[in-house]
Design a protein. Structure first.
Length: 149
């Protein structure tokens, strides 16, 4: 499973400095605990029905209603917005997961606005963190429809 990546499509688009929407002037990096992220993945349900993952549409709908975590796989892109050969995970939280995220999982919040702007301007991949596959067990990978390497 691919490691979650820093947001880059919106923050790094070619926009003149100062043209961001009100309330979106800063780019923050949030570091969360491994235990918290694993908790979320273990309880996650895909946001769309997938026959190879779910027993039935009814079972998927039931799981989706009960789960505090939803996952979808989005096309990942390079710094020039060209599609890559893998997908990026998008994780949505609600209820108990939001509470745990805010109260327990966050370890550090860093303002990376200057770095985001530098990446937007320079488009240098060396400025990005190294990405590696995020290790998960077979049951979680199957539940999320993730490829295991």
């Amino acid at each position: 499973m691919r490691a979650p990546t820093p947001p880059r499509r919106r923050e790094f688009e070619d926009k003149p400095q100062g043209s961001r929407s009100p309330g979106q002037e800063r780019v923050l990096a949030l570091e969360i605990s491994r235990e918290g992220f694993d908790w979320a993945l273990e309880r996650a349900v895909l946001s769309a029905y997938t026959g190879r993952v779910h027993d039935s549409r009814a079972a998927w709908k039931r799981e989706l209603r009960q789960s505090p975590v939803r996952v979808q796989w989005d096309p990942d892109r390079d710094l020039h917005l060209r599609p890559l050969d893998h997908r990026a995970i998008q994780v949505g939280l609600r209820g108990e997961a939001v509470r745990r995220y805010a109260d327990e999982w966050i370890r550090r919040i860093s303002d990376v606005t200057a770095l985001a702007e530098r990446v937007r301007v320079e488009r240098d991949p060396a400025l990005l963190p190294v990405e590696t596959a995020y290790p998960v067990g077979a049951a979680v990978a199957a539940r999320l429809g993730a490829a295991t390497a």
